[in-house]
Design a protein around this ligand. Structure first.
Ligand code: NPG
Length: 370
């Protein structure tokens, strides 16, 4: 049982090594909320995957901060002693807002596991201590820059390259990357930028032996994805459309996808992420671990999840240097074989570096149990 005595919210910002452009936004820095919870026995950390604006989902930093401060933290204090696995039910009175909820649910779980001396990976049921890494390549201004970036990542050892696409910057770019790299494992991610009217684009993409096409259609859709999947050979992977294990079940039943991207920070935390994983394993659907440009805190959390048995495809679990010149934790490094070690220490197994926290912090607020 854990008594949460205090919660520190912190808004931080770190420059990205290169701009990350997708079909919905361009980011030049990573701005996110970190939560540190204090219990009698330990402290624990959670990272919120929301960004500064509500472009990827309804949630965004200022809204998440408000919700954390005025609703979720008071509920946690009022619940007095909680087990980490009960936090979801403590937050059930708030509809939606999975990113904000995951922040505190993960922080409480981290504190509990640190107090018990158990690693997050062991707690979740990991069956490996290294995971295979892919990398997500934003949309650069030119095809030459894209080819350069892909060549660099392949040379570093990444086992799967995911190309962001958007209408007009799709078939030709993928063709160029495929021509230059006939044997690379390639996928594309549309971030919901297309409609069923674009089926000819997806039929053209069928020609490039892609591992998957991720979230081609509307972020909230399952039915049209099922129609598209019947029209194309390439496996559809859903990300934004899968917010729960129930969504995963529905998507599989409808034939909306054949692969699922699990992002714990987007689905309300590790509990729901594990249930999505379990549903997919039962239904024979491969999953992989997505990323949201996390700092070392969220990265450690993702790596533990990616070590579960159903995570059979390389994740967006790239090395810290792919995102930041300097992370807020010791950097995560990838071996030349394209794998990364899963932290084995108690809880998430990493701590933020105090200097880096001080350098990157925009604002903090400490909330205390009365
Ligand atoms: O390596 O963490 C990473 C980035 C992987 O492409 C990636 N994430 O749509 O999945 C996505 C995208 C994303 C990043 C979405 C940031 C929202 C915010």
């Amino acid at each position: 049982m854990t008594l949460v005595r205090a919660i520190e919210l912190r808004l931080i910002t770190l420059p990205l090594v290169r701009p990350f452009r997708t079909s919905f936004s361009q980011e030049t820095e990573k701005e996110c909320i970190l939560a540190r919870v204090e219990t009698d026995d330990a402290e624990g950390w959670g990272e919120c995957v929301a960004g500064p604006d509500p472009g990827f989902s309804e949630e965004f930093n200022e809204g998440a901060w408000f919700l954390l401060r005025d609703f979720l933290a008071p509920a946690l204090f009022a619940a007095s002693e909680v087990r980490a696995e009960d936090v979801e039910s403590v937050f059930a009175f708030v509809r939606g807002n999975p990113m904000a909820k995951a922040t505190l649910a993960n922080a409480v779980l981290d504190a509990e596991l640190r107090a018990r001396g158990v690693s997050l990976a062991a707690y979740l049921g990991a069956d490996k201590d290294r995971v295979a890494c892919g990398v997500s390549v934003g949309i650069p201004p030119t095809t030459e820059q894209l080819l350069d970036q892909v060549a660099g990542y392949l040379a570093e050892g990444y086992r799967r390259i995911k190309l962001k696409i958007e209408p007009g910057l799709d078939v030709e770019r993928v063709a160029a990357v495929r021509e230059a790299n006939p044997h690379a494992s390639l996928s594309v991610d549309a971030n919901a930028a297309y409609s069923l009217d674009d089926v000819t684009t997806f039929r053209a993409l069928d020609g490039f032996d892609l591992l998957m096409v991720e979230q081609p259609l509307h972020h909230d859709d399952l039915v049209e994805h099922a129609k598209l999947q019947r029209e194309i050979r390439t496996d559809i992977c859903l990300d934004e459309s899968i917010r729960s294990a129930a969504d995963a079940e529905a998507a599989i039943e409808l034939g909306s996808c054949r692969i699922v991207n699990v992002k714990q920070g987007r689905v309300g935390g590790l509990g729901e992420a594990r249930r999505i994983h379990d549903t997919c394993v039962t239904r024979g659907v491969p999953v992989w671990c997505g990323g949201m440009l996390e700092t070392g805190i969220g990265r450690a959390t993702n790596l533990a999840l990616a070590a579960l048995p159903g995570f059979v495809l390389p994740g967006d679990t790239s090395a810290s240097e792919r995102y930041f010149h300097e992370d807020i934790t010791e950097p995560f490094r990838m071996d030349p074989d394209g794998t990364m070690a899963v932290p084995g220490g108690p809880g998430i197994g990493v701590d933020p570096l105090p200097d880096r926290l001080a350098q990157t912090t925009l604002r903090t607020e400490v909330l205390k149990k009365e």
